[in-house]
Write a protein that binds this ligand. Structure first.
Ligand SMILES: NC(=O)c1ccc[n+]([C@@H]2O[C@H](COP(=O)([O-])OP(=O)(O)OC[C@H]3O[C@@H](n4cnc5c(N)ncnc54)[C@H](O)[C@@H]3O)[C@@H](O)[C@H]2O)c1
Length: 291
């Protein structure tokens, strides 16, 4: 199957990044969200992303202008009907995703591939709500999608080989690196990464070290390009929390229980970079928050 038209549902941090990557890859992209305000914010973000790509000489300015013509926005799911690939990047909430998958059965073309960008939710359960579960696959992009090279391709027991092969070809067409993963909580990267972030938050809460020093320790001691707490801010505190809860629930082990600091931060609206404050304060220059 040839993919030309891609619908990205969810115009947040990941949706706008995924849309940018697909545009640069030469695809027609429609970005969909529940309110006009969100899709317009995403359009601005995509335009900025494309300007950055020109600065970095990934694309020419002429190409940027052409690519932008391939972008449409919508708040109506019916518009997914013409897409060969639908990538959902809505909030990491099972009920929200379940409701979306139930609706997609009526709205998507029967031949379309449905890809979920979930960080840790059960794709097979979502696939069970779609009339053709063999068409459903996980395509897990990383943040920020324009920069990060990896896409985890997650197969459920029902994902067809044809769908997997098409998703792999698409990944390569985006200039990304695919890895094949059989469905398992947290897949590969988050199964390793999120418990590390949780441990860093526990060290921070126990005042063993400051946020800056914890990050510095992992950057200089483990050769990580970014520390775990700065990374948590980049991923989103709410997203990290939700992945921790999923790992705890799916494995039935308190080993994965989120550190209490995450719940407190969410209540205080400290969601990381996207809200301007998390473990660090981004309102002016990046500063550690002392709490
Ligand atoms: N943030 C990360 O670092 C990261 C990395 C990889 C994967 N993910 C996954 O990507 C998905 C999106 O995460 P995000 O960080 O972009 O979240 P976000 O909160 O920035 O954006 C989510 C968007 O989904 C929209 N939305 C909610 N319900 C919707 C619906 N029914 N229909 C259409 N749009 C709807 C919201 O309005 C919002 O704009 C999640 O599943 C998350 O786990 C996130």
């Amino acid at each position: 199957m040839q993919i030309k038209n891609v619908s990205v549902i969810g115009a947040g941090v990941m949706g706008s990044g995924i849309a940018t990557v697909c545009l640069i890859g030469g695809f027609n992209v429609r970005i969909i969200d529940i309110a006009e305000e969100f899709v317009q914010k995403a359009r601005v973000k995509i335009e900025k992303n494309l300007l950055k790509s020109v600065e970095k000489e990934v694309i020419t300015d002429q190409k940027r202008i052409e690519i932008l013509k391939n972008l449409t926005t919508s708040t109506d799911f019916i518009t997914v009907a013409d897409s060969e690939l639908i990538i959902e990047a809505v909030s990491e909430n099972f009920d929200v995703k379940k409701s979306l998958f139930s609706q997609l059965s009526e709205k998507a073309s029967p031949d379309a591939i449905i890809a979920s960008n979930t960080s840790a939710l059960k794709i097979s359960e979502l696939a069970g709500l779609y009339t053709k579960p063999e068409k459903v696959i996980g395509m897990h992009f990383f943040n920020p999608p324009v920069v990060m090279k990896l896409i985890e391709l997650i197969k459920t027991e029902k994902t067809s080989n044809e769908v997997f092969d098409t998703a792999k070809e698409f990944t390569l067409a985006l200039g990304k690196e695919p890895v094949e993963v059989m469905e398992s909580p947290g897949f590969v990267v988050n199964r390793i990464l999120i418990p590390m972030i949780n441990e860093a938050a526990i060290l921070f809460s126990d005042r063993v070290s400051s946020a800056e020093d914890i990050d510095k320790a992992m950057m200089f001691g483990a050769n990580h390009p970014i520390g775990p707490l700065a990374l948590a801010d980049m991923i989103g505190i709410d997203v990290c929390y939700s992945i921790m809860q999923t790992l705890q629930r799916e494995f039935g082990s308190d080993k994965y229980a989120p550190a209490p600091v995450f719940q407190r931060m969410i209540t205080d609206g400290k969601l990381g970079k996207k809200s301007g404050i998390g473990f660090y304060d981004y309102t002016e220059t990046k500063q550690p928050v002392v709490s």
